[in-house]
Design a protein around this ligand. Structure first.
Ligand SMILES: [Ca+2]
Length: 396
């Protein structure tokens, strides 16, 4: 029995219609705004100009210029250039009569019923979106065709896209996956995870540099362990080059371009890159204590990254004249960073426990308590606790 891989939905009503064809409604989720509005104020293509909602949350909407337009650096880098991501709005067909779907995009799993949908009803731009449905016990993702990693110096890739969800209880996010010359995955650079159950189209993004040894990349639209349905549309990938005579790293970017807007992203990505590496380590074998302990050490390393308060202060002082606005935006940016540290510590606690080292777990827990973190989600079982902390998937 071979069930159709990709169902092109054009006749049936989608399960979630609310306001798709009118102006887009963007839910002003703070963490999303912080990750997107820094660099992409009002960035939803075709969206209503008034849907940004950045004002209420102290986001930086209105600061113009994108990654290349940072404040104050004498040595300004080039502006972002588009990376030729094929079929980024999923509107182009693969012209495959048996398995119709978007050209240049591949679902993770074949023959899984209606889990992967090429949707002509729910979309934010053009004629189609892609969707992942019912991945509760699985990983779920669409992958782009492979692209070459290009350029020397600091190469900041910015991936932005629109995401919509109903019944989300898993891990929904965008990622750039990096591969070495042998085609082995080195790591992924992950956007923040969607933290709402249901949402109309919202913009998500991630800014990242290729890890050492990266030769190829793929863009991934991800919905893991999710009983609900998620849509993706209108992706955009850009690259911004900065020269350096030094070895490329996030830490070095902070030294070379300390007043650029992306310096804050560099500080954030120092944590995120390690946390993502730890996540992949953890997921390689949930039931192997050595693997879990190894993951816990990487999470702890992530949590040990220092927030560069001078960088934060300098970047925001160049962005805001108004002291109150500046303080608000600064506090929000710091909270975003601190949230990542707390998350990493949480995972360090859990993976230490999973690895049988309760002493370490207690040590990380104490650090969390000292930080004044909300010690709420400990011991929650299953599903999404709001931080993408899903339990190990239960085998079917
Ligand atoms: Ca589209």
């Amino acid at each position: 029995m071979s069930r159709q891989l990709i169902i092109e939905k054009s006749k049936n009503s989608p399960p979630y219609q609310g306001g798709a064809r009118g102006g887009l409604t963007i839910i002003a989720v703070l963490f999303l705004l912080l990750s997107t509005s820094f660099l992409h104020a009002s960035s939803i293509p075709g969206g209503d100009e008034n849907t940004g909602g950045t004002g209420e949350t102290g986001g930086t909407g209105g600061t113009d210029g994108g990654p290349g337009g940072g404040p104050g650096d004498a040595d300004q880098p080039a502006s972002p250039v588009a990376v030729a991501l094929a079929n980024p709005s999923f509107d182009e067909s693969n012209n495959n009569k048996e398995l119709p779907g978007p050209n240049n995009w591949t679902p993770l799993t074949l023959f899984v019923g209606d889990n992967y949908i090429w949707d002509s009803e729910v979309k934010s731009a053009g004629s189609h979106s892609i969707s992942i449905h019912r991945s509760r016990w699985n990983y779920g993702r669409w992958s782009s065709d492979e692209l070459e990693v290009e350029g020397d110096g600091f190469q900041w890739y910015t991936l932005t896209g629109n995401v919509r969800a109903i019944g989300n209880n898993g891990e929904v996010y965008l990622a750039i996956a990096w591969f070495n010359t042998d085609g082995d995955m080195i790591n992924t650079s992950d956007s923040p995870m969607l933290q709402t159950t249901d949402t109309d189209w919202i913009s998500m993004s991630v800014n990242a540099m290729p890890p050492t040894g990266a030769a190829k990349l793929e863009v991934w639209c991800i919905s893991n362990h999710n009983a609900g349905q998620t849509w993706f549309d209108a992706l955009e990938l850009t690259r911004t080059a900065f020269t350096t005579d030094n070895t490329v790293s996030y830490a070095q970017f902070l030294i070379d371009y300390p007043t650029h807007l992306l310096a804050i992203e560099a500080n954030v990505m120092q944590v995120q890159e390690l946390a993502t590496k730890a996540k992949w380590t953890k997921e390689a074998d949930f039931y192997n204590s050595d693997v879990q302990l190894s993951a816990s050490r990487i999470y702890a390393e992530a949590a040990g990254i220092t927030r560069k308060d001078t960088v934060f202060a300098n970047v925001f002082s160049a962005l805001y004249d108004d002291a109150e606005e500046r303080a608000e935006a600064l506090a929000a940016a710091k909270a975003r960073f601190d949230g990542l540290i707390d998350d990493s510590l949480w995972h360090a606690v859990r993976t230490s426990e999973a690895g049988g080292d309760s002493e370490k777990a207690q040590e990380y827990l104490s650090i969390l308590e000292d930080r004044g973190a909300d010690i709420g989600p400990v011991g929650t079982t299953g599903g999404n606790d709001g931080n993408g902390n899903t339990s190990p998937p239960t085998p079917e």
